[in-house]
Design a protein around this ligand. Structure first.
Ligand code: SF4
Length: 449
């Protein structure tokens, strides 16, 4: 039985036996749903479930039906964004691996007690000065964007005022002064301020981090994001979304914000004037109904904000993660499920223009294939990508512009360097090498990436 048909989750060794309230059973038929997709009607959740499962009347994915769904999604992509495939020259700066949230899908984090006490801790923390140095070097290599996503280090506070509150609070909040650790991450605003220079676009601070940055206070998300924007934050990644259905979150990330709070935080970021993205982490213990309910939440968020510039399906990389090691699952999504996730994202999210394919999660061949299933963005050069690598992903740390040009032209599409907000775009002529970034503040077209 394909994972998308899962009705619950059972791990006898851990005494876990959960039946889901949301299951992939509908009163719609695959044929009707396909017809509605063809006619460009707004899809219901039942339509989405039928399409993403290629029909719920029997388990497993039907290859012919899958091809029909993908064909419509690929046509829709061509109508909406044409044949351009975009990518951005960027750097991932994960400030710290220290985190006690204990999400079962994560192998990025280092528990704080382990980090404090081990002679050679497996993780790391960057000070604001170290973050700045890293970004400065990457700027010389032509990046236009830095993405910041980090563990919830117990010393991290929003700013000086927040630190003072946390120091003096009697409430049980996860705060420890920096002197308890070998290195001081500073505050979120100090980190953002340190890397916001020369016109570089700073993309960071997920809803989970915004929650950490307001713990022990009654501050609204919108105030948190305004302070971060004042420090130099330009846009907010919609990661930490995982699956926006609480019966799944309660298992895989029980210490994280609820689905509703994630939505509130993202809406607040948009209200603070920041553009946002949205993601889904699929291919673990969720089923097809959860995937489509998640899409429905994202579509509603876009209706309310109009600020989501791209949707990023992230296929779960299971090796080395507690979910795999504790026996919740034995594998991630199949290639067919990946293709349908992208295709149904394109068809269901009729108010979001850009759908991303991830070479980090899927590797070259499979990610290129996803560009023919409805995706049009090919993420970024990523000078550093710790998260997937630490979870056992095999697909490298960065891409050169030449890689991008070769891969995108190999499927007959047009390579386009873009800014984070897609407003600045440059078509790259594959017959005019060398290829290098030109949009970043210090980029001059040199092929240094
Ligand atoms: S996913 Fe993020 S919040 Fe969860 S354990 Fe990993 S670093 Fe911490």
């Amino acid at each position: 039985m394909a994972d998308g048909f899962r009705l619950g989750v059972t791990v006898p060794e851990l005494d876990v036996d959960i039946e889901y309230d949301h299951v992939p059973i509908t009163d719609q038929s695959f044929e009707n749903a396909l017809e509605r997709a063809k006619n460009k009607e707004r899809l219901s959740v039942a339509d989405g479930i039928e399409l993403i499962t290629t029909g719920t009347e029997k388990p497993g994915i039907d290859p012919e039906r899958k091809a029909q769904v993908i064909d419509i999604a690929n046509q829709r992509r061509a109508e909406i964004v044409g044949d351009e495939v975009t990518f951005v020259a960027n750097l991932n700066n994960n400030i710290t691996t220290v985190c006690d949230a204990g999400c079962l899908f994560c192998n990025f984090s280092t528990p704080s007690c382990e980090y404090r006490n081990a002679d050679n801790p497996a993780g790391y923390t960057r000070t604001p000065a170290e973050s700045r140095e890293l970004v400065d070097t990457a700027l010389d290599r032509g990046i236009s964007e830095v993405t910041v996503a980090s563990g919830l280090h117990p010393s991290l506070a929003l700013d000086g005022e927040h630190k003072e509150i946390l120091r003096n609070t009697d409430e049980l909040v996860r705060y420890e002064p920096p002197k308890s650790y070998p290195d001081d991450p500073g505050t979120y605003t100090e980190q953002i301020d340190a890397i916001s220079f020369d016109g570089l676009h700073v993309h960071g601070i997920t809803p989970e981090e915004a929650t950490h940055a307001s713990r022990g206070t009654d501050w609204e998300y919108v105030d948190v994001y305004r302070r971060l924007a004042d420090a130099g934050l330009d846009s907010v990644p919609g990661t930490a979304a995982e699956i926006l259905v609480d019966e799944v979150r309660d298992v895989i990330c029980s210490n994280k914000v609820s689905a509703d709070d994630w939505m509130h935080a993202m809406e607040a970021a948009a209200t603070a004037g920041l553009e946002i993205t949205a993601t889904i982490l699929y291919g673990h213990i969720e089923n097809a109904a959860h995937r489509v309910l998640h899409l429905q939440k994202i579509r509603r968020l876009q209706e309310r904000t109009g600020s989501i510039r791209e949707f990023i399906p992230l296929s779960f990389v299971h090796h080395n993660t507690p979910l795999y090691e504790q026996g919740y699952l034995s594998e991630g999504a199949t290639p067919a499920e990946d293709e349908l996730m992208v295709a149904v994202s394109r068809l269901f999210l009729d108010n979001i223009d850009h759908i991303q394919a991830s070479w980090v999660k899927h590797g070259d061949g499979r990610s290129l294939n996803l560009l023919t299933c409805g995706a049009d963005d090919y993420m970024g050069t990523l000078l550093s990508e710790e998260i997937t690598k630490r979870a056992g992903g095999d697909h490298g740390e960065y891409r050169t512009f030449k890689d991008y040009v070769d891969m995108i032209t190999s499927i007959g599409r047009i390579p386009v360097e873009r800014s984070t907000d897609y407003r600045t775009r440059r078509r790259i002529d594959p017959d005019d090498p060398p290829f290098g970034p030109t949009i970043g503040p210090r980029a001059d077209g040199s092929p240094i990436l």
